[in-house]
Write a protein that binds this ligand. Sequence first.
Ligand code: C5P
Length: 205
Amino acid sequence: MIIAVDGPTASGKGTIAKALAEHFGLPHLDTGLLYRAVGRQVQLNGGDPDDPAQALAACDFADALLDDAALRSEETGGLASQVSVHPEVRQALLERQRAFASQPGGAVLDGRDIGTVIAPDADVKLFVTASVHKRAMRRWLEMTGREIEISLDAIEQDIVRRDARDIGRKDAPLKAAPDALIFDTTEFDRDQAIAEAIAAVEAAL
Ligand code: C5P
């Protein structure tokens, strides 16, 4: 069974994907981490994330960074969004995502293009969304909880910028597959979102 979970940043897709994997006993791949590792590697190289050749060169070394704590930062999320625009980077990361999806027994993958490009034949596709304001609030609470000082406004602007880049890019833009279930988490807390997502997947199987 393959479950594809796509959606914009801070929509809750990562939390939902992890919970679905646990519930159904499936391995889980957070594909955003791959793009984050490439963005971080470009940064460590002192390179330019907007340069396709430099971003592609970083793909070979990105694996070693997958456990790097810096991958979770907002800054690295922005770099990931920059390198993920390049078709050569997406191509370089394609096969390992497909291999993960097609392992015996199935898998849960979350990202932006799982239901559209990586696993178009997935058994269940969830497209997780929430209002920009709610997503910014969640990110702000999470960051202030980690004692990172940032304004809600700055986070909201960053989310809008990142959405525009992910939706507007030519190759594998962020969009719901035609057969995806649209799952809006704006009114849900974490536990409700998980419970509703499990129910939605069970109903779709
Ligand atoms: O999901 P996360 O915020 O970790 O992803 C970081 C960035 O990586 C996204 O903003 C997006 O630009 C890119 N990404 C992508 N395709 C994926 C996963 C992430 O383009 N499947």
